[in-house]
Design a protein around this ligand. Structure first.
Ligand code: ADP
Length: 377
C-alpha cells in the first residue's frame, strides 16, 4: 500500500494526533484537517485516497462533509471512513452510509482494527483503479482496432477498385492477341494463352467480389423500412434459372419488416438461398424453407435446406472471406457468406449456421426488431 494518502479529519487534536501517528507508522502518508472547511480545501489540493472523517466537526457536520465529497465528480471516488463517538450507533451509521460513506467505525477504535479497515478499503480502491485503468486500455485498444479495421477496409476498397482498370486492359489485349495471333502460335503457346485468359478472368471475379465485400462498410444507403417478403420475392425471381434447373422448392413463413438497406439484405437472402441450391445432395431436389420469429429485441430468421450439410469444424470458417470447403468443381469464390456476415453485422445482427454433415443446414441470422408495423409471424 505504498503511495496511498489519507486525510485525517478530526477537531480533537490529541485523538487526531494519535490516529495520524498510527497510520503513518503503518506506512501511509497522512494529511490533517481540524474542520469540515479545511478538509474540503485539503481534498482539492491533495486528492487523498481515503478520508478518515469524524462526525462531530465544529463548522459543518461530518455527514454533510461526506455528502459534499461524494456529490462532487472530482472527489466522489475518494473512500470515506466515518468515525463517530456517538453512543447512538445504529442511526448514525445509517445516516453516514446513506450520505455516501464507504464504511463506519465507532469510538473507541482499536488501532489494529483501524489499520486493518483502512487497508481493506484501500485494497478495494486499488482494485477499482486497476479495473478502470484496464477498462481505459481496453477502450483505447478497441478504438485502435476499429481504426485499423477501417484503414484496412479503405485499403481493400481502393486496391480492388484500382486493380480493375489494368486488369480490364490485360483481359482485352490478351483476347485481341488470341484472336489475331491464333494462326502464328504453336499448340503449347495457345495453351499458355488460354491459361492467361482463364487466370485473368478468375482474378476479375475475385477482385469484383473483394470490391463488393469492402463496399459494404463504405457505402450504405440511408436506412428504410424493408419488407423481407418483398425482398424474398425478388430474390426468387433473380434465382429463377437455378431454381427451375434444380427443381428446387422454396417456401417461406411470413417474414418481418426491418430497418436497413434493401439491396444489401437482398444479397443476404440471395447468397443463402443460392447456396442452399448449389450445395444440394446429389440427385435430391433442393428444399429451402425460410421462417422468422421474435427473440427479445430481435427478429430471428432461419433459412433451412436439405443439402449436403456442413461439419461442425467449419461453422466459423465458412463465414471468412475467400474460404471455401469446395474446389473448382463447384463454382464460387468463397465470399458469399463473408458478405452475409458483414451485412448482418452492419445492420446490428448476428449470423451463424446450424448443421450436420449429410443432414442439411440452417443458416440463422438476427436483425434488430424496430417499432414498425410488421405482419404477425
Ligand atoms: P462459395 O459458395 O462461393 O464457395 P460462400 O462464402 O457462399 O462461398 O460459402 C463458403 C463455403 O461454405 C462454401 O464453399 C461451401 O463449402 C459452404 N456452404 C455454404 N453454404 C452451404 C450450404 N447451404 N450447405 C452446405 N455447405 C455450404
Amino acid at each position: 500500500m505504498t503511495n496511498m494518502t489519507i486525510l485525517n479529519v478530526d477537531d480533537n487534536e490529541p485523538s487526531r494526533y494519535v490516529r495520524s501517528h498510527i497510520l503513518s507508522h503503518a506506512g501511509f502518508e497522512v494529511y490533517e484537517a481540524g474542520t469540515g472547511g479545511a478538509a474540503l480545501q485539503v481534498i482539492t489540493e491533495r486528492n487523498p485516497d481515503l478520508i478518515l472523517l469524524d462526525m462531530n466537526l465544529p463548522d459543518v457536520h461530518g455527514i454533510e462533509v461526506c455528502r459534499q465529497i461524494k456529490s462532487s465528480p472530482v472527489s466522489a471516488s475518494i473512500i470515506v471512513l466515518q468515525i463517530s463517538a456517538s453512543s447512538t450507533t445504529a442511526p448514525h451509521a445509517k445516516m453516514a452510509l446513506d450520505s455516501g460513506a464507504d464504511a463506519y467505525l465507532t469510538e473507541p477504535v482499536d488501532p489494529d482494527v483501524l489499520v486493518a479497515t483502512v487497508k481493506a478499503l484501500l485494497r478495494l480502491r486499488k482494485a477499482e483503479r486497476d479495473l478502470s485503468a484496464a477498462n481505459e486500455r481496453l477502450l483505447q485498444l478497441n478504438q485502435d482496432l476499429h481504426r485499423s479495421n477501417e484503414d484496412l477496409e479503405q485499403f481493400a476498397f481502393a486496391a480492388s477498385h484500382d486493380l480493375q482498370e489494368p486488369l480490364r486492359t490485360v483481359i482485352s489485349f490478351v483476347g485481341l492477341l488470341q484472336r489475331t495471333a491464333r494462326e502464328k502460335l504453336a499448340g503449347a503457346e495457345l495453351e499458355y494463352l488460354s491459361y492467361i485468359i482463364e487466370g485473368s478472368r478468375r482474378m476479375r471475379v475475385l477482385i469484383d467480389d473483394l470490391l463488393r465485400y469492402s463496399q459494404i462498410g463504405q457505402r450504405r444507403e440511408p436506412s428504410q423500412v424493408v419488407d423481407l417478403n418483398i425482398v424474398l420475392a425478388w430474390t426468387i425471381e433473380n434465382l429463377r434459372e437455378g431454381i427451375s434447373d434444380s427443381a428446387a422448392q422454396i417456401s417461406a413463413d411470413q417474414l418481418p419488416c426491418v430497418i436497413g438497406d434493401e439491396s444489401q439484405l437482398g444479397h443476404v437472402l440471395q447468397n443463402l438461398i443460392g447456396n442452399a441450391i448449389k450445395y444440394a445432395q446429389p440427385g435430391v431436389p433442393p428444399e429451402v424453407h425460410l421462417s422468422a420469429g421474435r427473440e427479445g429485441d430481435f427478429w430471428l430468421i432461419r433459412v433451412r435446406d436439405n443439402g449436403i450439410g456442413i461439419d461442425e469444424t467449419y461453422f466459423q470458417l465458412v463465414f471468412a472471406a475467400f474460404k471455401r470447403l469446395h474446389g473448382k468443381e463447384v463454382p464460387g469464390t468463397g465470399i458469399g457468406l463473408a458478405i452475409c456476415r458483414k451485412v448482418i453485422e452492419v445492420h446490428g445482427g448476428r449470423i451463424w449456421v446450424e448443421s450436420k454433415r449429410g443432414c442439411g443446414s440452417t443458416f440463422c441470422f438476427t436483425l434488430p426488431a424496430n417499432p414498425i408495423p410488421s405482419p404477425a409471424v
